[in-house]
Design a protein around this ligand. Structure first.
Ligand code: SF4
Ligand code: SF4
Length: 98
């Protein structure tokens, strides 16, 4: 009886469920321009090269969706004026562009 129930329920014969494709994580880069001294370090260190300077010399993100979340800019900013946050895909921030 016990053996039967094991045979009915148990099983190594089940096929593993197909793995879902991983969704790309998205990040938001926030600059505190009051603390920024426009040194350009973040722009030089960003491996994705998405940090550009605006007309006043402050950093600005060109394409937020390309940010890998490596936090290189946040860690190396001498004025602690960058924060990286993970964001939900439904709340995509397009840096002012739609
Ligand atoms: S590294 Fe920091 S202080 Fe330098 S430009 Fe970037 S945000 Fe400004
Ligand atoms: S977290 Fe990395 S990829 Fe994103 S803006 Fe900063 S340095 Fe560039």
């Amino acid at each position: 009886m016990v053996k039967e129930s094991i045979l009915k329920t148990g099983g190594t014969s089940k096929k593993p469920a197909a793995a879902k494709p991983k969704k790309k994580k998205l990040y938001t880069v926030i600059f505190f321009n009051k603390w920024c001294k426009s040194c350009g370090l973040c722009s030089a260190l960003c491996p994705k090269k998405i940090i550009k300077s605006d007309e006043l010399g402050f950093p600005a993100i060109e394409n937020m969706d390309r940010c890998s979340g490596c936090r290189f800019c946040e860690i190396h900013c001498p004025d602690f004026s960058i924060t990286i946050k993970e964001r939900h895909p439904r709340r995509r921030r397009t840096n002012g562009k739609h």
